[in-house]
Unconditional design. Structure first.
Length: 119
């Protein structure tokens, strides 16, 4: 969030607990919005846990770089994929994420990091 000085909110992730290991973990419409599907497949959105501080910094810097490359203005959500070996892949930038109180962007903004990374 920002223009000149960017603030990166705490990282949120979609966790696929109930899918078989060989099934693709893709945030489909059902994975995002169908509560029965989410329950049946153990899908949850939560704050990312157990990430090394250096990895968190790398993800934050990557998001800021993408934000600037795409000349986004104001606020945005940057969607990434993190592989088991901690490689970060850019999926998409959403320059107009849902701001509802029960959505990831607002939940993350409300939590605010103790010491925001600004640039």
């Amino acid at each position: 969030m920002g223009n000149v000085r960017l603030t990166v909110f705490p990282i949120r992730e979609m966790v696929f607990r109930g899918l078989a290991p060989n099934e693709p973990k893709i945030a489909t419409y059902s994975a995002k919005w169908d509560e029965e599907y989410r329950k049946r497949n153990g899908l949850e959105n939560q704050f990312a846990e157990d990430l090394a501080p250096a990895l968190v910094t790398h993800i934050q810097e990557t998001c800021k770089h993408i934000y600037r490359l795409l000349t986004i203005d104001g606020y945005a959500r940057i969607d990434l994929r993190l592989t088991p070996d901690n490689r970060v892949y850019f999926i998409e930038a959403n320059p107009n994420p849902i701001l509802a109180q029960d959505e990831d962007f607002a939940i993350s903004a409300e939590r605010k990091p103790a010491c925001p990374i600004r640039n």
